[in-house]
Design a protein around this ligand. Sequence first.
Ligand code: G6P
Ligand code: MG
Length: 217
Amino acid sequence: NTIGVIFDLDGVIVDTAKYHFLAWKNLADDLHIEFTETHNELLKGVSRVRSLEILLNIGNVTLSDDKKQAVLISKNEDYLGYIKKMNADEILPGVKDLLNKLDSRGIKYVLGSASKNAPLILKQVGLLERFEGIVDGNSVSKAKPDPEVFLIGAKKLNLKPESCIVFEDAIAGIEAANKANMISVGIGDEDTLNEADFNFSNLTEIPNNFFEELIKE
Ligand code: G6P
Ligand code: MG
């Protein structure tokens, strides 16, 4: 009766959404697109290419394929400028305690992120070595809400999807976990993530017996 955990990165382990926002905002300003924090919610959990499409849609702007490639590169360079300054202080509350708890109970965990920068970010905050495996934006062909990222994660854990618990802060991620037939845990606003099997406002709220109760089922 083994279980395993799959963690999303941005918004669950670290708060990089603010850096994505700053970088997209810079690009939006260049393109004269009005882009707010509310718009930014739509980009959470979504791949880089798809995020650009959403942004261009918001501004009703069309770009040539070459220009799209160029702005994607400059957005990422901008984002990397913020990432390279990150350190362990930016690990979100409750993360280290939860990982320690999982370690002590012998429950394995992998990363399941849409970000191509995931390994770099985990390295910056000193968590890269702790995961059993990393599934990131470089290893998937279909982005969330497609379940691919989590199904590869289950393979890395050597577990059936039903035995995997996914921690996610994005609507697209909860949808992906549900499609994968996994247990979905929404981290953040309960109303936004109402499709999740469980909801917590952050990782410090997870009850001590949470995993034991799931193993019993
Ligand atoms: C995560 C974030 C998204 C981001 C995506 C791709 O899912 O929530 O906001 O667009 O990763 O990230 P990348 O680092 O590859 O641009
Ligand atoms: Mg996320």
